[in-house]
Design a protein around this ligand. Structure first.
Ligand code: RAM
Length: 345
């Protein structure tokens, strides 16, 4: 336990003891409450609850907590992916005096004032998946290299449609840091000569909500009769787009690709709406960021350029000049391997 926290606990205990003494009672410190208070409390704040990607990241966080032994995980997030919802949650985590917050942000800059406040109170703030601007966090853990993620998705779309035709993007929210970076990289990839016959005709936003993503996908299909592919760089969007293509009876005419969870995509690969898609391991991502947060709480990481931070079974990560690190390249799934991985995430 750090000294700030032990002082706070000491104060709380003596205030409680005084109150009890006033009623002629005595207070017994029980070892169970003491050991709970000794635990490092790490809050994982996700873009929104009910997203399978973050459920898997939570599983990784729990794995790290179990391995580290003295960590409690608080898993939380708004019901819809808004910065306002996350600001409220961070505010309440500041009052709860958690030790660290690992957050996948709904906005790179809107969260900065509140996470700065958290850091001023001694809370270690790390972003992962979808980043916060540097002033609002100690480090950002990216799942993979952004350029790789962008090129990979254009390559998969190109392979599905024979290298030519109209494509559209169905993204998450318009403010999502990670999706916006990947969309930028996809646009850059499209300037390569090998993709010169592919034309991006629209980008729409399903806000990582299944129903809105589905409606947006249907809209794309109905208003663009020459559309050949939808790229959804979001696990919620790609799942909804796969269903829309089947429901509109466009299997074989329009292909869906992007970033998906094998557990949610196996059916779409079987229906033929999806030939291939990609993703990294969300369990590993949640595990690594939780492990890194622990290092910050224990004073073993500071967030300096070039610093190496231990992330347990995954080895170590190295921070670049922006205070960011990346894990592994995305992995591609198709009819040959999707069932095997569907059991894992
Ligand atoms: C959704 C979320 C998440 C993103 C994945 C690929 O679950 O938007 O932030 O990383 O898709």
């Amino acid at each position: 336990m750090n000294s700030r926290k032990s002082a706070a606990n000491g104060l709380r205990n003596s205030v409680a003891a005084m109150a009890l003494a006033a009623f002629g009672m005595t207070m017994m410190a029980t070892s169970s409450t003491a050991s709970a208070a000794d635990k490092v409390r790490i809050a994982m704040v996700v873009k929104s609850l009910g997203n399978g990607f973050f459920d898997a990241a939570h599983e990784g966080a729990r794995e790290a907590a179990k391995q580290l032994g003295d960590v409690d995980i608080i898993y939380t997030g708004p019901t819809t992916p808004t910065a306002e919802g996350q600001i409220e949650i961070v505010n309440s985590l500041i009052s709860q005096k958690v030790d660290a917050i690992v957050i996948s942000a709904n906005d790179a800059s809107a969260l900065v004032p509140i996470t700065k406040k958290a850091m001023q109170r001694g809370i270690k703030v790390l972003s992962f998946d979808s980043g916060i601007a540097r002033a609002g966090r100690l480090m950002q853990l990216n799942p993979s290299n952004a350029e790789l993620i962008g090129v990979k998705q254009i390559q998969m779309a190109s392979d599905a449609i024979g290298g030519a035709g109209e494509i559209a993007i169905l993204s998450a929210t318009a403010q999502a840091t990670n999706q916006n970076i990947w969309i930028g990289e996809m646009k850059k990839a499209l300037t390569r000569p090998e993709f010169s016959k592919i034309r991006l005709i629209a980008t729409v936003y399903g806000d990582d909500q299944s129903d809105k993503s589905y409606r947006e996908a249907i809209g794309l299909l109905r208003s663009n009769p020459n559309l050949k592919a939808i790229i959804a760089p979001t696990t919620v969007g790609i799942n909804a787009a796969g269903k829309a293509v089947v429901d509109e009876k466009l299997v074989g005419k329009v292909y869906v690709t992007g970033l998906g969870l094998p557990s949610e995509m196996a059916g779409h690969v079987k229906s033929g709406a999806v030939k291939s898609f990609a993703i990294w391991n969300p369990i590993d991502l949640g595990y690594a960021v939780t492990y890194a947060a622990y290092q910050f709480v224990k004073g073993k990481a500071q967030g300096k350029d070039g610093e190496s931070i231990s992330v347990g079974r995954m080895g170590s990560i190295k921070l670049d000049a922006e205070g960011e690190a990346a894990l592994a390249p995305p992995f591609t799934y198709d009819a040959g391997n999707v069932d095997k991985f569907a059991r894992i995430f």
